[in-house]
Design a protein around this ligand. Sequence first.
Ligand SMILES: [Zn+2]
Length: 320
Amino acid sequence: MIAVNNEIISLDKKENGATIDFISHAHTDHMSALASSKNIISSNQTMELIMARIQAKKLNAHIDFSELGIELLNSGHILGASQLFYYDGQKNLSVLYSGDFQMQRPFIGRRIEIKNADILIIDSTYPDPRIKFEEKDMTKKKIQDWVLEKIETGNVFFGSYSLGRAQDIIRILNEIGIVPAVNKQTCAMNRVYKSFGEDLSYVSVYEEDSNYNEIMDGNFVGIVELGRLSSLKTELAKAYKKRAYTAVASGLVKTIEFNSDAVFELSNHADFEQSIKYIEMVAPKKIFTYGANKGIFAKNLAKLGYNASPFESSEFAKFK
Ligand SMILES: [Zn+2]
């Protein structure tokens, strides 16, 4: 938690004592404060995605934060994902919290905006220098070539989360003239993307005016729940009486083995090297690492000479 003026703000998690909760983006692992929160700071896109996820028409907890002197900066991760920036007049210190962020240009939406800050609280998703992602355009080309080859002799299924990766895959496929079929949850997320002007072509039984049947008559690409991909493979082959090729496109393929025909390393996170690039651009006096891997990330940053330690609310409050 961080103190801003007279408020105590939690960062992407539920914390006792917080008066306001900041939700940087609509991935569920950042939304734990949602159920009990009375005051939420987030971008409008994030709010819309959350409402689509929980099927709510309105969330009264979403507050206007302009009076607090807080600024949200695009983090390049998924639609609406934001960093939080503020200036603490009493301490004469500026503070930036990254949330999940990406340094490469995203396939959808704008690139990350970066500001100088005295204190940086940085996400620790990839704390290990040995993990390095290739250029996303290269991965995109690999995916497109693989799909074009496999679709000649069967259907292709990507296992994916419904928010972020699914829309990336749709965009990658649309570029080569393929309109994929998606499930209900992805459909709900897509509608929000479209309402903010992002162009996505897909079909679904849950989308009234889509030419679903026409697409499903030929060989097609489907996007299904990541957790069900390997168990679905046999079922899908049987159901459509043709081969079912499966693929996962995720940063997780670097650390987890997936039971699919193909894996592509595609991440909307910064790897270690890109995190260093981000740190250099923010140019902070002090770095607090944040999230599950904060210990190891702080250690690895300290090895390189950075003034970094794992985030603790009390340590953060003491910093002058
Ligand atoms: Zn995320």
